[in-house]
Design a binder for this molecule. Sequence first.
Ligand SMILES: NC(=O)c1ccc[n+]([C@@H]2O[C@H](COP(=O)([O-])OP(=O)(O)OC[C@H]3O[C@@H](n4cnc5c(N)ncnc54)[C@H](O)[C@@H]3O)[C@@H](O)[C@H]2O)c1
Length: 271
Amino acid sequence: MPGVLAGKAVVVTGAGRGLGEAYARLAAAEGASVVVNDVDTTVAASVAASIGALADDSDIATWAGAGRLIDTCRQAYGRIDGLVNNAGLFRLADPREQDPDEFRRVVEVNLLGTAHCGLHAIRAMLAQGSGSVVNVTSGAQAGTAALAAYGASKGGVASLTWCWAADLAGTGVRVNAVSPNAHTRMAEAFERHLGDRARGQNVGKSAASNAPAVIHLLSDAAAGVSGQVVRIDGDELSLVTPPRQAASVRMSQWTVAAVADAFAGDLGRHR
Ligand SMILES: NC(=O)c1ccc[n+]([C@@H]2O[C@H](COP(=O)([O-])OP(=O)(O)OC[C@H]3O[C@@H](n4cnc5c(N)ncnc54)[C@H](O)[C@@H]3O)[C@@H](O)[C@H]2O)c1
């Protein structure tokens, strides 16, 4: 039986370990020609060698690095059918002490890196008439203490996904995202930070258990699927909707006092 990605060329960023490695492994097992990208050269080479893939150590946070990566795939395999924008940086900080350079780096890798790789790939995919981009967001986008830079960057990735899907509707190029959960070094760093408050919510969830959803979104079986953010949480798969108005009240002429009344009344009940 040919795999669901037979004949496809797929780039996975940050694939030297953790979730990205699991996506690259299943993509290769499903027949894709894979480029394993990771800024950590050693792990990229090791994963690539073990699955017969090509290694690339470009820093996807830069426009030039992202361009080199997408070119590497096209030169080696003649096309690019799939891009998994998985590379990510996780930093914890209290806003009273957060280093602005660190905030910038998180946004550069998580949001701009996703945009850079996506823009290079989408242009090549449009020329081909087909392609699938899978971005990676996080539940932290909804607001988690100590994760402002990370959560904001991942909220940006979700918005990027919905915007690009709207831009590319009807072109054959699809854009979706996953919001994964796995017990990787990133999850361990968060648990260490939480200390006694850690709930072990990622314990027992393997990186590999997140891969089937990503591989489905890359495959032709998902031909009609675009603009979706898919949350994977152990045995549960769900869709994350764009932010919506949760409550509304109307007033012909708003005053400061009327806004205060609204918060004390209908809006207050939805806070
Ligand atoms: N682990 C979870 O439960 C979880 C939850 C939500 C979202 N995510 C997201 O999933 C993705 C993978 O997470 P993980 O837990 O496997 O993390 P990880 O830290 O184990 O792996 C991330 C990889 O990205 C690489 N990388 C970092 N910056 C890079 C750059 N500029 N260019 C190329 N490669 C770079 C790292 O070297 C590393 O190998 C991340 O985007 C993360 O935010 C993870």
